[in-house]
Design a binder for this molecule. Structure first.
Ligand code: 13P
Length: 336
C-alpha cells in the first residue's frame, strides 16, 4: 500500500467522512449573513473552532478541509491544525483560487490556481496538511457543459492532482455538476458520467496514482427547477450506475458533496447508496452545508452556547457516519 493510499483510507474508512469547512471568505460571508452574523475573521474562527472541538470529530470526521485563512489561525494560542489533529483527524486545504469565467464559453467557469501551486503546497504541507481540494464546477442544460468546459476543467484538475501527489499529499478531485436547472435525473446521470470520465482520462494522462486520490462528485439528482424530485431510492441507484461506469477500480473512495440538498436528504441518499453499494469503492460524505447548516443557525442565536451548538453538529456527523455504513434510519434520526 502506498503512503497516499494509506492516508486516503484513514480519512474515509469505518464510516468516517470529511467536514468541508473551506468556504472562501466570500462564501462564508454569505452563510453568516443569512443568519444575521457579521462576517469578521473572529466570528468565522469562533464558529469553526466550535465544530473542530466537537466530540464527533474523534469518531466521525476523518479529515477537515480548511480555507487558507483558517489553516493559519489559532484559538486560545493553539494552532487550528493542532486542534484538529489532536482530535485524530487529518488536515486538508482548499488550494484552488476559485472558478472564473471560461473564455470562449462565458456562461461556464474554469477553476484557477495552478500558478505558484507547488510553492503554496510546500507551505501547506509544513503547516500540517495531508490532503487538498480543488473544485471544478459545471452548469448543466441541453447544451452544457460544453466539451470546452469538460476538457479544460479536467486538465486543470489533473495538473493539480499530479502536483499535489508530488508534494506527498492526497488530492481530492471535485468535479461538481450543479443541481441548478430544469434537467432530468437521467440528463444529470449522462452529463455527470461524461464529466467524470473526462477527469479520469486526464488524470491518467498526467500519471496520477489513482489509488492515492479521493473523488468528490455530486450525487445524481433531478435539477432543482425541474419540478420532478426523484426518490432517494432512485438517487442511490442512478448515482451508483454513474460511478460504476465512470470511476476506475483503483480509486479507493468517493466522498460526496451535498450541493444544496437538505441535511436529512443528504444523509438519506448516502445511506441508500451504501445499502445498495455493490462496488469496492468506499462511499462517504464530504459535506459543507449538510453538516453545518443547523449548527450555524442555532449558534447565530446562541453564540455563547458552545455545548448546544456542538450537540447539533455531533448529531449530524453521527447520522452521516451511520449513513456511510448503510446503518441510518428515520427512527434513529428522530430518536434523540
Ligand atoms: P456542500 O456540501 O455545501 O455542497 O459543500 C461541499 C464542498 O466542499 C463544495 O466544494
Amino acid at each position: 500500500m502506498t503512503i497516499l493510499n494509506n492516508i486516503a483510507l484513514e480519512i474515509i474508512s469505518d464510516g468516517k467522512g470529511i467536514l468541508a469547512a473551506d468556504e472562501s471568505t466570500a462564501t462564508m460571508t454569505k452563510r453568516l449573513d443569512s443568519v444575521g452574523v457579521s462576517s469578521t475573521s473572529e466570528n468565522r474562527l469562533a464558529f469553526r473552532n466550535i465544530l473542530f472541538s466537537s466530540e464527533s470529530m474523534r469518531k466521525c470526521i476523518g479529515g477537515v478541509i480548511l480555507y487558507e485563512e483558517t489553516i493559519r489561525q489559532s484559538y486560545n494560542s493553539k494552532r487550528i491544525p493542532e486542534i484538529i489533529s489532536n482530535m485524530g483527524s487529518h488536515i486538508g486545504i482548499k488550494v484552488d483560487t476559485g472558478a472564473k469565467t471560461l473564455a470562449g464559453s462565458p456562461h461556464e467557469k474554469i477553476t484557477e490556481g495552478l500558478d505558484g501551486l507547488r510553492e503554496r503546497l510546500k507551505e501547506y504541507y509544513n503547516l500540517g496538511a495531508k490532503f487538498t481540494k480543488w473544485r471544478g464546477v459545471y452548469i448543466i442544460s441541453q447544451k452544457y457543459p460544453t466539451k470546452l468546459s469538460m476538457k479544460s476543467n479536467a486538465h486543470a484538475l489533473a495538473r493539480y492532482a499530479a502536483i499535489v501527489q508530488e508534494c506527498k499529499m492526497v488530492p481530492i478531485v471535485e468535479p461538481e455538476v450543479l443541481m441548478d436547472g430544469s434537467h432530468s435525473a437521467n440528463e444529470c446521470l449522462e452529463k455527470t458520467s461524461e464529466v467524470i470520465k473526462e477527469c479520469f482520462s486526464e488524470l491518467m494522462l498526467h500519471n496520477v496514482d489513482l489509488s492515492g486520490l479521493i473523488l468528490k462528485p455530486n450525487m445524481v439528482l433531478a435539477g432543482s427547477d425541474s419540478g420532478d424530485k426523484i426518490s432517494s431510492d432512485e438517487v442511490a441507484k442512478l448515482t451508483l450506475e454513474c460511478l460504476k461506469n465512470s470511476v476506475p477500480k483503483e480509486v479507493p473512495g468517493i466522498a460526496f458533496l451535498s450541493g444544496g440538498q437538505s441535511e436529512v436528504e443528504a444523509t438519506e441518499n448516502l445511506n441508500l447508496i451504501n445499502k445498495y453499494n455493490n462496488t469496492k469503492f468506499i462511499m462517504t460524505y464530504s459535506y459543507g452545508r449538510a453538516l453545518q447548516q443547523s449548527a450555524l443557525k442555532y449558534w447565530s442565536n446562541n453564540v455563547e452556547d458552545t455545548k448546544g451548538t456542538q450537540k447539533i453538529f455531533n448529531h449530524r456527523a453521527e447520522m452521516n457516519t451511520l449513513a456511510a455504513q448503510g446503518k441510518w434510519s428515520k427512527d434513529i434520526e428522530t430518536a434523540q
